[in-house]
Write a protein that binds this ligand. Structure first.
Ligand SMILES: Nc1ncnc2c1ncn2[C@@H]1O[C@H](COP(=O)(O)OP(=O)(O)OP(=O)(O)O)[C@@H](O)[C@H]1O
Ligand SMILES: [Mg+2]
Length: 349
């Protein structure tokens, strides 16, 4: 990844007029984005947020009403048709529903974008077979799509999207039709392609897990507006908007349901506090927990732990019960707060 931008959105807005009511719908509102060359950039939002419209502005399938989209510093929206067609070859695209041709074999599907190119039959064959190997389907060239699993179909679609050696791969909900394990496999494949082919990947999704596991940077899209963006670690440790927090909650085990909080399952006594302790930097939490036990003579019982490593840095935290004398418990709490850790008292006795 470099600091050089391959795609930029500069004050992009777009509206659609509904065919039935002639009502105008503002689908993209003043979008500003910078996508670094070689990075994996994620855009997350609920259904109808404008994700597909946004990603389609990158390859010029949709054109902004105002503002501009640049690809390698050249404006997409005013390109002559022929130049736009050539530029599109630099961008492969994959979809939720794979969009394979059912009557063609895997080989023919992958070869389709270069069928009428200047390449010889042998070159086409070599290219397709090489790509099928890269996506893990070396023996499926003659199979028909209907005989493949969802994950295999998406691998074929990825091979087809790569056949022109694009600089960018656009993924519109590429894992949304897949089960969790297959989603995982496709995420691993996309990461490998990013690394090995140095290809920039733009992903739109409604699944925060995909952002967490795949992306370097993220933008949160809410009703056509970007409400938050940044590198994935920063956004995950310190989300600013309620929508971002809601998405992150879907990937964390630290949110105890109200039934648990309000039940006596947790049995708080005397001065007990139920506290959520989460990372706001890469400083370790575990030594902190043993330190407060020693320093303040409190017990820290771990109720839930969810600590993972994201881009080499710890993310998540613990839910603990602090027990001891009141002054010790509050002293321990203040001590944790001073360290680079966020605390939230969920319940007290
Ligand atoms: N060609 C069009 N004409 C009119 N309205 C459109 C058109 N394309 C999209 N829309 C509307 O624009 C809004 C955003 O659509 P878009 O497909 O970009 O959302 P999305 O975030 O991709 O949603 P999903 O998660 O369901 O795919 C929706 O309300 C949709 O109905
Ligand atoms: Mg969509």
């Amino acid at each position: 990844m470099t600091e050089e931008n391959i795609i930029t959105f500069d004050h992009v807005s777009k509206e659609f007029t509904r065919a039935d009511s002639k009502e105008k719908l503002q689908v993209l509102k003043n979008i500003n984005l910078k996508i670094h060359k070689g990075s994996i950039f994620g855009i997350i939002g609920y259904s109808g947020a404008g994700k597909s419209t946004l990603i389609r502005c990158i390859n010029g399938i949709e054109l902004p009403d105002t503002g501009k989209v640049d690809f390698e510093d050249i404006e997409i929206n005013h390109m002559p048709k022929k130049q736009l067609r050539e530029t599109r070859k630099e961008m492969g695209m994959i979809f939720q529903q794979f969009n394979l041709m059912p009557s063609r074999t895997v080989f023919e599907n992958v070869a389709l974008p270069i069928k009428y190119s200047k390449q010889s039959q042998q070159q086409i064959k070599d290219k397709v077979l090489e790509l099928l190997k890269i996506v893990g389907l070396p023996d499926k060239a003659d199979a028909f799509p209907s005989t493949l699993s969802g994950g295999q179909k998406q691998r074929v679609a990825i091979a087809r999207a790569l056949v022109n050696d694009p600089k960018v791969l656009l993924c519109d909900e590429a894992t949304s039709a897949l089960d969790p394990q297959t989603t995982e496999d496709i995420i691993q494949l996309l990461r490998r392609l990013n690394h090995e082919l140095d290809i920039t990947i733009v992903v739109v999704t409604h699944e925060m897990q995909v952002i967490e596991e795949l992306c370097d940077d993220v933008a949160v899209l809410d009703k056509g507006k970007i409400v938050e963006q940044g590198d994935v670690y920063s956004v995950f440790v310190d989300p600013k908007t309620p929508l971002t927090k809601k998405f992150i909650a879907t990937t964390s085990k630290l949110n105890l349901p109200d039934e648990v909080l309000n039940s006596n399952l947790l049995k708080l006594h005397d001065n007990d506090l139920l506290v959520k302790v989460t990372y706001i930097s890469s400083k370790a939490i575990e030594p902190l927990i043993s330190a407060i036990s020693r320093k303040f003579n409190v017990d820290a019982n771990i109720i839930v732990g969810d600590i993972k490593i994201l881009r080499g840095k710890p993310l998540g935290g613990l839910v603990i019960i602090l027990s001891g004398k009141q002054s010790d418990v509050s002293g321990a709490l203040s001590y944790i707060k001073e360290k680079q850790v966020r605390t939230e008292v969920l319940a007290s006795a």
